[in-house]
Design a binder for this molecule. Structure first.
Ligand code: S3P
Length: 424
């Protein structure tokens, strides 16, 4: 990656939201009738979800930018002929386990090297409480998982970690359970599953931090337009904010309040960000985002906002590294168990580029510097690390070389092309 420091300009439309794309396939598959997910995200993670449901007998067709799912209803999934492979996708692995727990067949769920290191006890525990027989085959709390479908009972579960994947697994298992399932959160995590379940006709209600699913209703297929992914938009927003002279517009970005932490954090840092053309699609807030180069200053990011920007923290750290003053990020120990240990890789990479960053157990302390330098960057094939350091390259005075760039395909296959277009 070269360090041209050219301003970004123009308009970009980022691909569909990853979380919503996954859920459209999952809910569409267990609904009655047809679901059409328009502007679907065709990234490796979402293709893993499609492939798992195809392996369970669901007819899923790709038609241009859309995915058509012919749902089999709550009881129509078929036992897969082989283990279900979820690739690099934690979202697929964790959420699908909730659906599998309620089936009358057994499955083995496995993914790549990164997935096999990520904590699965967080789903094993609540699903076992609901009556599922779900085990870590290597007895290390990680995938591969064996899941023996059982008759489930609803539970009331107080979430020990803020995780939408875990919350979603429990709520989807609740569809197959006897009695109500209630999930209580301390901190709000993304609520796409709740919104989509409601849209598909489930009897679900959220009051503050308490969500209850009353089973017994069939889901009905829907037409959904997937908004642009704010987690993908974040790289261009961050890039424009720190690259002098930039002025860009990112179109059609999902701004669900459980996901818009990046906008709130950048505004607190003094960002020049304007929302335009605000509207709603499939129950989700959407807008175009105009971003101009800004003299960012440090801030403190902690507490309730963390789940609303958890995937964007590597990028925020890059921006903080060239902001004025100190940025403190805490309460984000979840970063250690993402596709990589993001606290370690962000600290290592930014330090090698000359930043003043101190890793903490649950975040970072970053003191802004004037300029970053070129460096070799270790990604461990983590898409968000690769994209964050591509943004850091824009403000470095030498080349930034990441050890992998293919991994961006996990969430944003056209990332480099779109970034080049904005630089042109
Ligand atoms: C996601 C939830 C978050 C997020 C991940 C996608 C989802 O993970 O980091 O990229 O779609 O539910 P956790 O549930 O582990 O917080």
């Amino acid at each position: 990656m070269s360090s041209e420091n050219r301003p970004l300009s123009g308009t970009v439309t980022v691909p569909g939201d990853k979380s919503i794309s996954h859920r459209a396939v999952m809910l569409g598959s267990i609904s009655e009738g047809r679901t059409v997910a328009r502007d679907f995200l065709f990234s490796e993670d979402c293709l893993s979800t499609i492939s798992c449901f195809r392996d369970m007998g669901v007819d899923i067709t790709i038609d241009g930018k859309d995915v058509i799912i012919d749902g089999v209803g709550l009881t129509g999934l078929k036992k897969p002929q082989k283990e279900l492979y979820t690739g690099n996708s934690g979202t697929t692995t964790r959420i699908i386990s909730g659906i599998l727990a309620g089936q009358d067949f057994d499955t083995v769920l496995n993914g790549d090297d990164s997935i096999q290191k990520r904590p699965m006890k967080r789903v094993i525990e609540p699903l076992s409480l609901m009556g599922a027989d779900i085990r870590s085959i290597k007895d290390n709390g990680c995938a591969p998982l064996s899941i023996h479908g059982r008759n489930l009972s609803g539970i009331t579960y107080h979430m020990p970690v803020a995780s939408a994947q875990v919350k979603s697994a429990i709520l989807l298992a609740g569809l197959f359970a006897k009695g109500d399932t209630t999930v209580i959160e301390d901190v709000p995590s993304r609520n796409h599953t709740e919104l989509m379940l409601k849209g598909f006709g489930a009897d679900i209600e959220t009051k503050g931090l308490v969500t209850t699913l009353h089973p017994g209703k069939e889901l009905a297929g829907q037409e959904i337009t997937v908004p642009g992914d704010i987690s993908s938009a974040a790289y261009f927003i961050g890039a424009a904010l720190i690259t002098p002279g930039s002025d860009i517009t990112v179109k059609n970005v999902g701004l669900n309040p459980t996901r818009d932490g990046i906008i709130r954090a950048f505004l607190a840092m003094g960002a020049d960000i304007t929302l335009m053309n605000e509207h709603e699609t499939a129950g989700e807030k959407v807008a175009d985002i105009r971003v101009r180069y800004s003299h960012l200053k440090g801030t403190v990011i902690e507490g309730d906002i963390i789940p609303a920007l958890i995937d964007e923290i590597p990028l925020i750290a890059v921006a903080a590294a060239v902001s004025k003053g100190q940025t403190i990020i805490k309460d984000a120990s979840e970063l250690r168990v993402k596709e990589s240990d993001r606290i370690e890789l962000v600290s290592e990479g930014l330090k090698n580029m000359g930043a003043d960053i101190v890793p903490k157990d649950d975040g970072f302390v970053i003191n802004g510097v004037e300029k970053l330098h070129g460096a070799d960057i270790r990604t461990q094939k983590d898409h968000r690390i690769a994209m964050s350091f591509s943004v850091a390259a824009l403000v470095s005075d030498g080349p930034v070389v990441t050890d992998d760039s293919e991994c961006v395909k996990i969430s944003y296959p056209g990332f480099f092309e779109d970034l080049e277009r904005l630089k042109a």
